[in-house]
Ligand binder design. Structure first.
Ligand code: FES
Length: 129
């Protein structure tokens, strides 16, 4: 049912964990199943220097989270914002149709973390004035 790549990321997830003092944190929930995911990013010179995730979800959610961290690491924020739900699934060689909703969490979580970073930057600028 799952591709080898999905199984590999599920058994051996990349970048799992938390970043203390992350520059951006995004938590999203999956309305279909109620599962949750949090993405943490460290940003340096407008690039995602480090990224980690925590997922309370199914195997497909773990695999897609792991894949999105690999896709986003080292990218500029603008590039990372362009990573779509479909990119994550296709990088994994596809997901079974009933599991496609699981892959939404990963891209949404990444985008939420970047938006949180932008919000924090704006708040900091406001404080300097
Ligand atoms: Fe909830 Fe997959 S069943 S994310």
């Amino acid at each position: 049912m799952y591709t080898e790549k999905v199984m590999d990321h599920f058994r051996n997830p990349r970048n799992m964990g938390e970043i203390p003092n992350a520059d951006g944190v995004g938590t999203v929930g999956n309305p279909v199943c109620g599962d949750m995911m949090t993405i943490y990013i460290k940003v340096k010179d407008n690039r995602i220097e480090d990224i980690k995730f925590k997922t309370f979800g199914c195997g497909a959610a773990v695999a897609t989270s792991s894949m999105v961290t690999e896709l986003a690491k080292g990218k500029t924020l603008e590039e990372a914002l362009k990573i779509t739900r479909a990119d994550v699934a296709s990088e994994l060689g596809g997901l079974p149709p009933i599991k496609m909703h699981c892959s939404n969490l990963a891209a949404d979580g990444l985008h939420a973390a970047i938006e949180d970073y932008y919000k924090k930057q704006k708040a900091n600028e406001g404080m300097k004035k």
